[in-house]
Design a protein around this ligand. Sequence first.
Ligand code: FAD
Ligand code: NAP
Length: 575
Amino acid sequence: MEKSELSSHFDVIIVGAGWSGLLACKYCLSEGLKTLVLESRDSIGGIWAYSNDQTLGGVMKSTETMSSRCITEISDFPMPITYPDFPSHQQILAYLKLYCANFHLEEHIRLGCNVIKVKKIGTMWEITCEDGSAYLANSVVVCSGVHRYPNDVSRHQRFSQYTGKILHSAAIKEISADYAGKTVIIWGGGESASDIALEASRVAVRVYWCIPNGQWFAPKVVGGWPPFPSSRRKVADHISSRLRLILSPTHRYSPFISQYFEYTFGVNGHGQEAWRTEAPYSRSFLNKSRNVLSRLKSGHVIPKRDLHHCEGDTVFFTDGSCAKAEFIITCSGYRASFPFFEEPTILAADPRTWYKHIFYNDDPTLALVGFARPVFGSIPGISELQSRYISLVLAGKRYLPPPNQRARIIDKDVAFWNHHFRYTSLRLGGLVDHFRYCDELATLIGCRPRLWKLLFSSPRKWWKAISSPWNGCQFWLNDESQHERVFQTLDSYRDNQMSEVYIFLLLAPALPLIGLYSYVRILLKEHLFHKNTRPAHPRNTGWRSAKHAPNVVRPAKANPAGARVAETRPIGPVV
Ligand SMILES: Cc1cc2nc3c(=O)[nH]c(=O)nc-3n(C[C@H](O)[C@H](O)[C@H](O)COP(=O)(O)OP(=O)(O)OC[C@H]3O[C@@H](n4cnc5c(N)ncnc54)[C@H](O)[C@@H]3O)c2cc1C
Ligand SMILES: NC(=O)c1ccc[n+]([C@@H]2O[C@H](COP(=O)([O-])OP(=O)(O)OC[C@H]3O[C@@H](n4cnc5c(N)ncnc54)[C@H](OP(=O)(O)O)[C@@H]3O)[C@@H](O)[C@H]2O)c1
């Protein structure tokens, strides 16, 4: 595209050519909108385009997806059949490049264009890049990524007296030989922490892993679902069929699964008291990177709750023990930030306070895609529906409710999600239940599958639709002309059918009861025993009003006096 052409006026300008930006671009183009994507890096793909640059974050050399290809892939562009259930980051980047080529997106993307200012002048948006180029657009779609700016906790008082090296997980691309023979503290309970702890445990002499708020773990794959017949390993996120969601009216997830995880793997799916969380299954983020747990059994990784304070290179844990450590790696996640906006309210924006986690404030010409994060599911799956919705709104085919009504809906949604995730720190503003949120978006788009209609027109198709794992292609079911490709995709993921039949025939009456049992247990705990289960730490973004703010929370338990020195028997590096 020529520079003169780029400097002209666009219907939509998209900031960022990661997975979300590409989806937004494709759907805006398909609505006939003149679209331009501005990307600061020299590649598309966002976090999936590996870089040695430690300031960029993104994938490590060894990263593969945590969400399965079924739940992650683009609805009208399935991943190549040669791909494994959990593709590597190189495969994902190659897939996104294929997507661009297939839908001719390259000609609408400008690489090496770092957006530094986005400003509304009258009814138009002016977008300025670092190289001095400027563009005008009717609408702006921000797809700059929810995992770009590290949530830096290194200045927290627990770490303030530490004299060793302290790094954020975003700077870790691999655990190099520099860590050999060293002691490493990993702090945080997400998947970055899991991946780094696993690698560190193979090189370092000892790894202590602190999860201050506790954590649920779920496997990516299981050998089979006893007592169901199984011939090959099962992908855990394939338990997401509508059938299972329907059968679980109290929790909107298959209650049997949480009981199964706790029975098989111990409390919260990991069996470590130090990492216990009171949050019910699926009501806080689920860590799917479980391989590291075998390193706990072998003693290479030692579970701890939290770090109380540091003195020099000695860290004091809240259980009263201490250890000398050369490195602390804070895997404390990321925070949404938009430095290119001048308005301070947007700089510290909270996705909960945008209409359906997408439209900011009272301005329907500013949308943000990719900032909702599921406890279980995939960000790209959500971004696709968000992109479909915004493209229709920007093309004038769907209308947002009037401002007053929108504000009421936002307040209701904030209250709902804060209540739904009340057992968490509420740090993640965009945390949602993937299945519920996607259905809400589908309703707004008008593509929520009409399953009753399908049942009467074709019971066989209906059964396939409700018993297949979640895949974005289900949101094309209302259009019969798409059925051939939709059912082709669903057929490729129907490896778990016997268990679906068993569930339907044998367990259906029991599942809601198990769900109800969990629900009553929580209710009694909260209301009869008044157990405060919210974990500790302040959230870091602005709230619309005080009524939505999380309660003040209990501080971490500490016993610094008389701290015991932790086990010092070295465990040799393992190849
Ligand atoms: C290590 C890791 C593994 C992950 N694994 C999974 C997984 O298995 N499944 C899953 O669902 N999610 C996973 N995620 C979440 C991941 O964020 C999403 O999968 C997805 O990549 C989000 O895409 P995005 O386009 O919203 O954001 P990003 O991939 O972050 O892309 C944002 C793009 O915007 C560009 N940009 C930002 N600011 C500007 C600016 N000012 N000007 C121009 N361009 C700008 C960036 O350069 C980048 O290219 C993972 C995240 C990490 C960090
Ligand atoms: N292989 C993969 O596919 C892979 C690998 C890495 C990451 N990822 C993805 O990348 C994203 C980011 O993962 P992440 O692990 O970097 O971040 P994360 O999931 O946000 O986890 C951050 C952890 O730090 C804790 N934390 C943060 N601030 C805290 C505070 N002030 N006090 C106490 N605890 C605090 C959090 O606890 P609370 O939650 O209780 O606040 C949480 O345990 C996720 O979407 C993840 O799925 C995927």
